[in-house]
Design a protein around this ligand. Structure first.
Ligand SMILES: Nc1ncnc2c1ncn2[C@@H]1O[C@H](COP(=O)(O)OP(=O)(O)OP(=O)(O)O)[C@@H](O)[C@H]1O
Ligand SMILES: [Mg+2]
Length: 252
């Protein structure tokens, strides 16, 4: 679904945000992307979404070599992606319905189709019945779920989320991660930037760890969560912790 080959990104002004990044995210895979502030995580998502272009290297997303896409093809590329940001970027003068409908309206879908898909997306994130409310009247977790509904309303093959649980308490964070797992279970590929080590330690998914723009760790999917997620205070950067829990395959 995503393939990076020696991707480098240097911003104008000279900052080297990513250096020789090479990895692959399989079709239908869900992985976390971790790393310190400024490590280059958001930059990586922006490259995949073509909000930025790499300085060198190749990015292949959904079978397309992004370096070969022309500017007019970018919107079509984005339609295959669902993007979720920490500050969910909702429009506060529009209802929940209108916020979620936005990508479909932009893509020119008919009214009936928009309505059907928006209600289906709101149903998935358990917000059916709140479509006429304004985002400001919703809780933080509900607003985040509106952002997720908007990201999935186009039925993207790939979801990219940048710290989607950054402002949420542990219960809500677990709920949001559960939603991503639900989408992943039906075949959507998912890449989630997160600092929430406590939460992802209890989840089986692969973890990619970036430091100073370089891929410093790639910890494969574990087949089931640790028996006691609270155990082991070590960071995910220590491979021994994950090796110890690696076992034979067996998907859900
Ligand atoms: N538009 C830009 N112009 C110049 N430098 C930038 C730009 N965007 C990001 N950078 C720099 O690139 C580096 C990586 O930034 P990035 O936003 O990818 O980090 P991050 O890992 O997402 O950090 P955080 O966890 O704080 O969100 C940082 O040093 C940042 O200052
Ligand atoms: Mg960031």
């Amino acid at each position: 679904m995503i393939r990076l080959i020696n991707v480098c990104k240097r911003y104008p002004g000279g900052h080297q945000a990513l250096t020789n990044l090479t990895f692959e995210l399989e079709d239908g895979e869900m992985a976390f992307l971790t790393g310190h502030s400024g490590a280059g995580k958001s930059t990586l998502l922006k490259l995949i979404a073509l909000m930025e272009r790499p300085t060198s290297g190749q990015l292949i997303v959904n079978g397309k070599n992004l370096g070969k896409l022309k500017t007019h093809q970018v919107p079509y590329h984005r339609r295959n992606l669902g993007l979720i940001f920490q500050n969910h970027q909702l429009l506060y003068d529009r209802t929940v319905f209108d916020n979620v409908a936005l990508p479909l309206v932009i893509a020119g879908h008919r009214h009936q189709e928009v309505r059907r898909r928006v209600l289906a997306a709101l149903d998935k994130v358990q917000l059916l019945g709140k479509e006429h409310l304004y985002p400001i009247t919703l809780s933080g977790g509900e607003q985040q779920r509106v952002g997720i509904a908007r990201a999935v309303v186009n039925r993207p093959k790939l979801l990219l989320a940048d710290e989607p649980t950054g402002n949420l308490d542990p219960d809500l964070s677990a709920e949001i991660m559960g939603l991503f797992q639900d989408f992943n279970r039906v075949g959507v590929s998912v890449l989630i930037v997160t600092h929430d080590y406590d939460l992802i330690r209890s989840m089986p998914n692969r973890i990619l760890h970036v430091e100073h723009g370089k891929l410093e760790g790639d910890y494969p999917r574990r087949d089931r969560p640790a028996a006691n997620p609270a155990e082991g205070q070590t960071q995910v950067t220590q491979s021994s912790e994950r090796d110890a829990t690696d076992e034979e395959d067996g998907d859900e």
